[in-house]
Design a binder for this molecule. Structure first.
Ligand code: S3P
Length: 173
């Protein structure tokens, strides 16, 4: 069996954590969520990290988390939506895994995230505008990295996982 990591990228609310957990259990791999990993390591939640250290501090912690996680192999890793914005992270992800881009519309993101209080970047008067801006900036980066591109709009996580598995290279199964 190959030990390459399977790494999920995509915007907030695209289903990275839920789909990642399903893939991990079906493929008999360990699952890590980089946001959760950062919170565990830091001992406080992400909004608190943003409050105290700003986005820049969070990004440094995120890079450190990705570096640590990708020293392991054979995992399924869900990344934070902004992890692709740093070249250092893109390089790490590219070299350390098979990358799946979970692509979803801003409408769908709004449905999933409308009452979210855990994402500092959405605590604004106009979260839709923020999501659109972030997606426009980041989509080229997600696409550039993607080994597989999957739309998750209006689909149950189980269905998305069932679509992904047969498309994975056999070396990852
Ligand atoms: C962020 C996405 C979040 C989290 C942080 C910043 C972003 O992760 O890392 O709030 O910049 O898009 P999810 O994509 O898991 O929501």
């Amino acid at each position: 069996m190959s030990t390459q990591n399977i790494i999920l990228v995509g915007p907030m609310g695209s289903g990275k954590s839920t789909i990642g957990q399903l893939l991990a259990s079906r493929l008999n791999r360990d699952f890590f969520d980089s946001d959760y990993y950062i919170e565990e390591k830091t001992g406080v939640d992400i909004p608190r990290i943003f409050d105290i250290e700003g986005e820049e501090g969070f990004r440094l912690r995120e890079t450190r988390a990705l570096r640590e996680l990708t020293t392991k192999s054979g995992l399924v890793i869900a990344t934070g939506g902004g992890s692709v914005t740093r070249e250092e992270n893109r390089e790490l992800l590219r070299n350390k895994g098979y990358i799946i881009f979970l692509d979803t519309s801003v409408n769908q993101q709004m449905l999933r995230l409308k009452s979210d209080k855990k994402r500092p970047l959405l605590q604004t008067d106009n979260p839709r505008e923020r999501l659109e801006k972030l997606f426009n900036e980041r989509k080229p980066l997600y696409l550039e990295l993607a080994d597989m591109h999957v739309r998750t709009d209006r689909k149950f996580a189980r269905k998305v996982a069932s679509e992904i598995i047969p498309k994975l290279p056999s070396s990852l199964l």
